[in-house]
Design a protein around this ligand. Structure first.
Ligand SMILES: [Zn+2]
Ligand SMILES: [Zn+2]
Length: 127
């Protein structure tokens, strides 16, 4: 059983990535997603978070150690899922973080290895 991401009713999940109980709910959520502020730079889905590189709380330390020259402060638009996945990961460049998210998504969908990651991402947009 799962909880519909739109109407929050319980429904039986037919597919592992299914997040909505019906086509109507999926479409409603899709509309919503289109209205989300940004496209996540890591996974390409809609999002409204900002990923700070390096993390805000570490910026004073980076500054003190003179590391900001090598790792300049960058703000990346991202979704909440990727932000969570990247939390506290010692990756200080966008490329490293993007690479990590790619691996993380693969790991996340490991049970469905036969599905290639692009397809999963496309389906995630669907369901
Ligand atoms: Zn629903
Ligand atoms: Zn994302």
């Amino acid at each position: 059983m799962g909880t519909c991401g739109n109407c929050e009713r319980q429904f039986s999940i037919q597919r592992p990535w299914q997040k909505f109980c019906s086509k109507e709910c999926r479409q409603a959520a899709q509309q919503e997603r289109l209205s989300e502020k940004y496209i996540c730079a890591y996974c390409g889905l809609g999002g409204s978070c900002i990923d700070e590189i390096p993390p805000l709380e570490l910026q004073p330390m980076f500054s003190k150690l003179g590391m900001l020259e090598k790792y300049p402060i960058t703000s990346i638009h991202c979704c909440s899922e990727c932000k969570l996945a990247l939390q506290y990961k010692p990756l200080w460049t966008f490329e490293q973080r993007k690479e990590y998210v790619k691996k993380w998504l693969k790991e996340h969908y490991k049970e469905y290895e036969e599905i290639d990651i692009q397809r999963v991402l496309a389906l995630r947009l669907d369901y």
